[in-house]
Design a protein around this ligand. Sequence first.
Ligand SMILES: C[S@@+](CC[C@H](N)C(=O)[O-])C[C@H]1O[C@@H](n2cnc3c(N)ncnc32)[C@H](O)[C@@H]1O
Length: 341
Amino acid sequence: MQKILYKPFNNLFYKSYLPTIVHSAMVVGVFDRLKKNTLKVNELAKVMNLHFGLLNTLIKVLKHAQFIEETKEGIYKLTEDSLIYFTDEYAKNQISGLQKFVAKDSPFSNLTSLLKSGPPAYMPNRWSTKKGMFAIEQDAKAGSIEAVQNFIISHAEFKTVTNICDYGGNSGYYTRDLIQTNPNVNIDVYDRPEVCEIAQDLNNVSSIYKGKINHIAYDITTVKKITKNYDLFFCSHILYHYMGLNGVEDSLESIIKKIYDTLNPGGLFISNHCGEKLSEEDALTNQIMELNVKMSGFPTHIISERSLISILEKNGFKILKMIPAAEGVHYGTMLLSAIKL
Ligand SMILES: C[S@@+](CC[C@H](N)C(=O)[O-])C[C@H]1O[C@@H](n2cnc3c(N)ncnc32)[C@H](O)[C@@H]1O
């Protein structure tokens, strides 16, 4: 795989959120509690009256940032350094020094209150404006689009693909350039109605895409049956909507079954998603992202490699290729392909 240069910047920028996160943990009393802790995180959440999902991810952030350590399975306590520098037990503590790094206007500014009240309901339309769509596409340009396209093209089966589904594909930036490699392909991009409307304008810019990209207004939360058949079904950062999100009818397994039914025999399923097995540095970034995603009302944005593979194999797919999250692009994404048997 080519070297993706944005990853170190991305990791560095995510780490800049740490002072705000650590400060919140102190304010709600996590550091005091973890001085001599013997409780598991679910018990801690109960006695501290904090939201379990958020506390659980906050604890993982603190662990990967080496402020705390796991003493027994599921039980964490402060490291020696944290005890000295971040509790008022020691005269040389740096609690006030930390304040100057705490950002007033950051995605984590309301972490303290959300830890107490729980996250709000998620907003499905955050990627539905021209500005939001531009931002998410621009983000994918930091290496993800190239990685995804190279991965798709690396399959011999791609040469005979004609119908592609880009499910939850926004304006279609991940798949649209595949037309240049294989002019026979037609792409259906499924997304919310307002996204499809804006996307029509964006894709009309280039004549090469004319008549080749179809935007299908769709609601992924209430999937009945996908009526068309495809040779390639592509999912990028969309399967996590099926991991217990309020209001979504399908589970990860039931949506995979629907994808199987919609694929032609020998059809390819390809997923680009945040994985679990990461380098230590990416694990920190991914847990900070996970905390942010949970604060916006999602149960998770990470899909475990093991569970996705086992669901696919159980439902008639054979795994073809994988690029593990540890080698993925700046989000710690995993690329996986499977073929319908
Ligand atoms: C995290 S973005 C992923 C976009 C793109 N696949 C990518 O990887 O960059 C989630 C996408 O799901 C779409 N979406 C959210 N809720 C939806 C719904 N109920 N029905 C259809 N699409 C939805 C959003 O508009 C957005 O394009």
